[in-house]
Structure formats: structure tokens, C-alpha cells
Design a binder for this molecule. Structure first.
Ligand SMILES: *[C@@H]1O[C@H](CO)[C@@H](O)[C@H](O)[C@H]1NC(C)=O
Ligand SMILES: *[C@@H]1O[C@H](CO)[C@@H](O)[C@H](O)[C@H]1NC(C)=O
Ligand SMILES: *[C@@H]1O[C@H](CO)[C@@H](O)[C@H](O)[C@H]1NC(C)=O
Ligand SMILES: *[C@@H]1O[C@H](CO)[C@@H](O)[C@H](O)[C@H]1NC(C)=O
Ligand SMILES: [Zn+2]
Length: 272
């Protein structure tokens, strides 16, 4: 009873905060923090090669030593280091919305407590899934090929700081993705950033769609949107998440171009 009341209040306040201050979602940052900071977007993908010059706070976008995304190749890996194990069991309440560039979802939780969220453990560190968002086209290329879309599952540490992202490339295939089948269609459009729909999701289906990340790349990275903060562990699934043709069209219809220009590989320590 107490728990559901808290969840309800968290949901209500995030919806209100969202409508009041924040038309533009910072996907890599937890929903609540974004809304409190009252941030509004002053950057565009059309000039993503030069985000560092837009705002003093975005310096890392230009000076950072492990910026994301990068061009991956089959020769990197598969990795055995930082091996992730997942606890994505169960289904979770949250809000389905659009981060301004594509479909997104935030998991509801008690204020400041992420420990009931699905989790990912690597290097004896456990981080918590706050939600996901989709970029179209994919941000990472593999052997110079760019997939139609890329799903980012964003994880924070126990204090709520962004810590790890799992990226999964999405391509149209011959049957529907069970993960995407959970989403209401038509999906909330990119120009409807004030809309939210309550949704209960089994996040583990995203992992099942890529054979539980049996093969992956991992590297030291950053947020892929300003302020491009570093210290983020990246995991990229080697397998694609395949969607039905109509599913991919539904994602694309709700999205606009949202891929940062590829960054030079420097201190990323790919699969190291
Ligand atoms: C955090 O939430 C989980 C379940 O969502 C609960 O089991 C745990 O007791 C909570 N921790 C605190 C400190 O409230
Ligand atoms: C994880 O913990 C175990 C047991 O304490 C330790 O042997 C191992 O070195 C740790 N691994 C890392 C990457 O910190
Ligand atoms: C938002 O998108 C819908 C569907 O494409 C369109 O009908 C509507 O005119 C758009 N509104 C704005 C403000 O761009
Ligand atoms: C696949 O998803 C599309 C729309 O997302 C739906 O119209 C279609 O019926 C689904 N196909 C199957 C076999 O479930
Ligand atoms: Zn992202």
C-alpha cells in the first residue's frame, strides 16, 4: 500500500514536472533529475560534430578521451572482460514517452531508490536500469554498416549517477520482436514530448531478443548527448534485435534523425 502510493506520487510528480519545465528529454539522465534541473535542449543532431562549441558545459563533447559512438568492427572481440550478468526478471511499471527523437520508457521507482529496478552486474558493481530510448538510425556502426535503429538501456549507480549503457542495434527481420510488441501503437510521435502513457514492461525480453548478450563489445565511454559526460561503461550486443517490418516502420514513424557523428577511437580500451 505504502509502496504503491509512493510509486503513484513519483509518477504524478514526474508528469507534472515534465509538462511544466521540460519539453526535451535527456535520455541518458534519469527522468526526475532532468525535470528538476529544468533543462531545455540547446543542441541539434545536425551539428553534432561541434557540440563542444555550443555551451561551456559541453566542453567534453570536444575534449573527451572516450566519446561515444564509435565505429566497431568484428575484429574487436567478442569480449570476455567486464562480463555482465543481468537481473532483468519480472515486469515493471513506468512511463512510455518520446524523448524528442524516438520512443522511450522510464521505470517508476521510489524517490532516490533504484534497487528494485532491473539490474546489471559487472566487475563486482551493480547498476540499475532506469529506462530505455531508441535512436534512429543506429549510433554505432559495425564494419561500416549502420543499422536502422539502436536501443539504449541506461543504468545508474545506487546514487542515481549514469554508470552503464547497453546498446542493441535494431534491424528489420522476418518476425516481430517480443520486446517491441509490448509498446502501444501508433507510438507517441517525436513532436509529442509532453505525452506519457503508463505501461508495464518486461524488460528482460530485450535481452532474450539478443540471446542474453552471449557476445558483446565493451569499452570506456560517455553519454552520447550533451554534456557528453564520461566514465560510462558501454556494452554493445553483437547480435541485432530483429523487428517485424511494420514494427520498424512504427518506430521510424515516431522518430526523427537522432545519431551523433562517429567519434575517433582514443582511450576507449575496446574489449580491454
Ligand atoms: C528500495 O526499494 C526496494 C523495492 O523496490 C525495497 O525492497 C527496499 O526496501 C527499498 N529501500 C529503501 C532504503 O527504502
Ligand atoms: C571481485 O571480487 C572478487 C572477490 O572479492 C575478487 O577476487 C575480484 O578480483 C573482484 N573483481 C574485480 C574486477 O574487482
Ligand atoms: C506532429 O506530428 C503530427 C503527425 O505527424 C502532425 O500531424 C502534426 O502536425 C505535428 N505537429 C507539430 C506541431 O509539428
Ligand atoms: C507484428 O506487429 C505488427 C505491428 O507492430 C502487427 O500488425 C502484426 O500483427 C504482428 N505480427 C504478428 C505475427 O504478431
Ligand atoms: Zn542514447
Amino acid at each position: 500500500m505504502i509502496r504503491s502510493a509512493l510509486i503513484l506520487s513519483a509518477l504524478t510528480s514526474s508528469v507534472l514536472a515534465c509538462a511544466k519545465h521540460d519539453n526535451h528529454h535527456y535520455p541518458e539522465t534519469p527522468h526526475k533529475k532532468r525535470a528538476e534541473a529544468g533543462e531545455s535542449r540547446d543542441w541539434e543532431y545536425a551539428t553534432s560534430y561541434d557540440w563542444g562549441s555550443l555551451n561551456l558545459d559541453y566542453e567534453l563533447c570536444h575534449t573527451g578521451a572516450h566519446q561515444v559512438p564509435i565505429a566497431l568492427t568484428p575484429e574487436n572481440g567478442p569480449a570476455t572482460s567486464h562480463k555482465p550478468s543481468f537481473n532483468y526478471a519480472g515486469s515493471h511499471d513506468g512511463n512510455f514517452y518520446n524523448w524528442g527523437f524516438g520512443p522511450a520508457f522510464t521505470i517508476s521507482h521510489e524517490e532516490g531508490n533504484y534497487t528494485g529496478n532491473p539490474s546489471l552486474t559487472y566487475d563486482n558493481t551493480t547498476v540499475y536500469l532506469t529506462g530505455w530510448h531508441i535512436h534512429t538510425p543506429a549510433e554505432h556502426t559495425v564494419a561500416a554498416h549502420r543499422a536502422k535503429a539502436e536501443l539504449h538501456l541506461v543504468h545508474v549507480d545506487a546514487e542515481g549517477n549514469p554508470a552503464a549503457v547497453l546498446g542493441i542495434r535494431m534491424e528489420p527481420g522476418t518476425s516481430n520482436s517480443t520486446f517491441l510488441e509490448q509498446l502501444p501503437t501508433p507510438m507517441i510521435h517525436w513532436n509529442e514530448t509532453d505525452s506519457e502513457e503508463h505501461l508495464n514492461m518486461n524488460l528482460g525480453l530485450a535481452l532474450e531478443d539478443v540471446e542474453n548478450l552471449d557476445e558483446y563489445w565493451t569499452y570506456d565511454g560517455s553519454l552520447t548527448t550533451p554534456p557528453c559526460s564520461e566514465g560510462i561503461r558501454w556494452f554493445m550486443a553483437r547480435r541485432n534485435l530483429f523487428t517485424g517490418l511494420e514494427q520498424m516502420r512504427a518506430v521510424l514513424r515516431a522518430s526523427r534523425f537522432g545519431a551523433r557523428t562517429t567519434q575517433q577511437i582514443w582511450m576507449h580500451n575496446v574489449n580491454g
